[in-house]
Design a protein around this ligand. Structure first.
Ligand SMILES: [Zn+2]
Length: 197
């Protein structure tokens, strides 16, 4: 193994969110020291996961099956759909066990600056789901950012014709806050005190 492979490894690690070049070098070195007990199992886990991961065609979640485990779970309440920006937000709500219904992962927000339009994120599939008879309520759980709220307003507009209640998270979520960073109590309070939008 030459320096090129190690440099390549460091360069790949540095592309991960929250990992700069310095952290990447440290991670690479800790792996180089444990090729059999850490590096190979990690490489296998990465490959196995990459081979099995699919995007749920119903809700946009990432899982090993489509429909995903949440969409397939018959004990969940299919009358309520919580709309989130990213899978990380779905994970945060699941960790807090505050929602027993379904989800819809948009995969982003509308953004004039980044040129993200309604067709780029999962809005039309959400509107289709909202029009189904079993859907009674759509809870908008966007981040409290300008793009998040712009997206929430747009979706509310698109859902006007569907016979569903549309609500949003209460202001327990601070301005500029991201769901993935909230503690369970804040998430619970926010989802329980949701208000009509
Ligand atoms: Zn799903």
């Amino acid at each position: 193994m030459g320096q090129t492979e190690i440099d390549n490894l460091i360069e790949l690690l540095a592309r991960l969110p929250g990992i700069g070049p310095r952290s990447a070098r440290r991670l690479a070195l800790s792996m180089l020291k444990k090729p059999d007990s850490l590096m190979r199992p990690l490489a296998k886990s990465l490959l196995d996961t990459a081979d099995s991961i699919v995007k749920c065609l119903t809700c946009g979640n990432l899982d090993t099956s489509s429909p995903c485990n949440i969409c397939q779970n018959e004990s969940r309440d299919e009358s309520t759909i919580v709309v989130v920006e990213e899978v990380a937000d779905l994970w945060a709500l699941e960790r807090a066990s505050v929602h027993k219904g379904m989800y819809h992962v948009l995969g982003g927000t509308l953004s004039a600056i980044d040129g993200i339009s309604p067709n780029d994120i999962g809005i039309s599939s959400l509107v289709q789901r909202a029009q189904k008879e079993e859907t009674k309520e759509v809870i908008l759980a966007m981040n409290a950012t300008i793009d998040g709220q712009t997206t929430a307003y747009y979706i509310t507009d698109q859902l006007a014709a569907a016979e569903v209640k549309v609500s949003r998270l209460a202001r327990g979520v601070p301005v500029g806050g991201e769901l993935d960073y909230m503690d369970d109590g804040t998430l619970l309070e926010a989802i329980e005190s949701r208000q009509p939008f």
